[in-house]
Design a protein around this ligand. Structure first.
Ligand SMILES: Cc1cc2nc3c(=O)[nH]c(=O)nc-3n(C[C@H](O)[C@H](O)[C@H](O)COP(=O)(O)OP(=O)(O)OC[C@H]3O[C@@H](n4cnc5c(N)ncnc54)[C@H](O)[C@@H]3O)c2cc1C
Length: 478
């Protein structure tokens, strides 16, 4: 999966601008890394979904922490807001400008330290891609456990800033569970560094945990110290066809209890599979269509196939099953799930909602979500898929006005009514900001505002993302 590439040409940047800020930034990072021409800015101005875009004052590409410091100081002195950007694969419009900001692209901060086998940790620059990080860990015989389909473009800085989840949260937790140290630059250009990688460190507030998931609103992350886990050589993937989401959940509970090697439990539905087969290719292993598919992966040092088979047992829920143990066959089954985002994008501009639900509300949600969408957008259809093991569903609505709010409102209200969260792993960004008061209580939002005020008093870091503006704190969504 490729994002609109932030690694587009650097040699012919538009440093000829009359903009005094551009001139100042050229002094700091060089002319080829200050992009003022519309053509050069364009890949940084529209998000992966094409739902969010805005015009940047300019794009600047610092090379290291010192240059990030210099860039932020200059912007701070000029009172100009900045939008940090990594791989631009975020799905909530958090990394693209709203209008007039400086986009600070961190993709050149791609230094990757040697793997520390003793500590099972590695230090990575904010611009290192997930795929590069995972390959680097694998070379040392270890594994970086966060993984998801945007791996070729998503960066360490973006993953930390969004607390990215993905397909292995079930076993290893999301990004916050992997971050053991962080280096970041404050809005006025001060460096805060906690990179010792101490697993136990209760000497004060956990700034690394605070910045993880802060979506570029509290500081610009420049490096992270990350935990690595053992690399399991033996893997098995099973694609199990079931009748409905209730059956999928029952089966998953049984496998969870019986197979400690379970690493991923994903779900998708017949409508989504049809789109994948149409737009992304691939073949279904089954002779007939089924309503719901549960994809399970187990990993261990010894072949976990028997453990998974025993856990599935003779379960009545299983309508059909395909099992893959070698790499290419496993990848073929996984691509049926991982191609969903791309296949949906190929069909049109989707409204993307990423919700999590308590286990006992999942069935009701899946039953009702199609109705609530149809009530507000009769021509729309909802395609569901996601990380069932984490109670996380991605609701992608096609055929509705991407600029409208009715669909978001209907789905997010249903989620909150059922005790769920309006963002499971993608964050709030611009996309969900209006609905934050629906989910977070007033005191919660006040404290959020206080933290923002303390770290970014002038509101120059990613304004319009994650933190409701003070006047809007009590605002109710449309
Ligand atoms: C096909 C596809 C599949 C995906 N699957 C998943 C999934 O399974 N799980 C999941 O969690 N996400 C998923 N995503 C969403 C996305 O990939 C993640 O949110 C990822 O963490 C974003 O990384 P990025 O480098 O592209 O960040 P960007 O999109 O560039 O930025 C995202 C946010 O982080 C901020 N930011 C970026 N870099 C920094 C930095 N250095 N310092 C401070 N703030 C920064 C930005 O301002 C923005 O608010 C998927 C996306 C796609 C396209």
């Amino acid at each position: 999966v490729s994002a609109p590439s932030p690694d587009t040409p650097t040699a012919t940047a538009g440093a000829s601008s009359e903009d005094p800020l551009a001139v100042a930034l050229v002094e700091e990072v060089g002319a080829s890394h200050v992009l003022t021409d519309a053509d050069l800015r364009a890949p940084f101005e529209t998000d992966w979904t094409r739902r969010f875009s805005g015009t940047a004052r300019l794009v600047v590409r610092p090379a290291d922490t010192a240059e990030v410091v210099a860039v932020l100081r200059r912007c701070h002195e000029a009172g100009v807001p900045v939008v940090p950007q990594g791989g631009n694969t975020g799905l909530v419009g958090g990394g693209v400008p709203r209008g007039g900001e400086v986009v600070v692209s961190l993709s050149r901060l791609d230094e990757l330290g040697e793997v520390d086998r003793q500590a099972s940790q590695v230090t990575a620059g904010a611009g290192v891609s997930l795929a590069t990080l995972r390959a680097h860990a694998a070379e040392a015989g270890l594994n970086y456990p966060v993984d998801f389909a945007a791996r070729d473009s998503a960066t360490v800085g973006g993953m930390v800033a969004t607390n990215a989840g993905g397909i292995r949260v079930l076993r290893y937790g999301a990004t916050r569970s992997q971050v053991v140290g962080i280096e970041a630059v404050t809005v006025d250009g001060r460096v805060v560094s906690r990179m010792a990688g101490l697993v136990k460190d209760n000497a004060g507030y956990d700034l690394a945990a605070l910045l993880t998931g802060s979506e570029g609103t509290l500081a610009v992350i420049t490096r992270a110290r990350l935990r690595l886990v053992p690399s399991f050589g033996e893997r098995v993937v099973a694609l199990v066809a079931v009748e409905d989401i209730d059956a999928a959940q029952r089966l998953l509970a049984q496998v969870r209890a019986g197979a400690p090697s379970l690493e991923a439990a994903e779900v998708f539905f017949a409508e989504g599979l049809a789109l994948v087969l149409r737009h992304a290719g691939g073949i279904t292993p089954f002779a007939t269509d089924h309503p719901v598919y549960l994809l399970l992966e187990c990993a261990a040092h010894r072949d976990p196939t028997e453990e998974l088979a025993d856990a599935l047992g003779e379960a009545a829920e299983v309508l059909d099953v395909a099992v893959a143990t070698d790499g290419p066959s496993r990848a073929r089954l996984w691509s049926l799930r991982e191609s969903h985002t791309e296949a949906i994008n190929a069909e049109g501009i989707p409204i993307k909602l990423d919700v999590s639900l308590p286990a006992d509300a999942m069935v009701t949600f899946v039953e009702r979500v199609h109705t609530v969408v149809a009530e507000v957008a009769w021509s729309a259809r909802a395609i569901l898929f996601g990380h069932l093991g984490d109670g996380n569903l991605h609701v992608n609505v096609l055929g509705a006005d991407p600029d409208g709010h009715e669909v978001d409102d209907a789905v997010l209200r249903l989620t909150v009514q059922l005790g769920g969260s309006i963002s499971a792993e993608h964050g709030i960004g611009q996309a969900k900001l209006d609905w934050l008061p629906l989910y977070r209580e007033a005191t919660d939002l006040e404290l959020t505002g206080s933290i923002k005020q303390a770290l970014d008093p002038a509101g120059l870091l990613n304004p319009g993302v994650l933190v409701p503006r003070p006047a809007r704190a009590g605002h109710r969504p449309p």
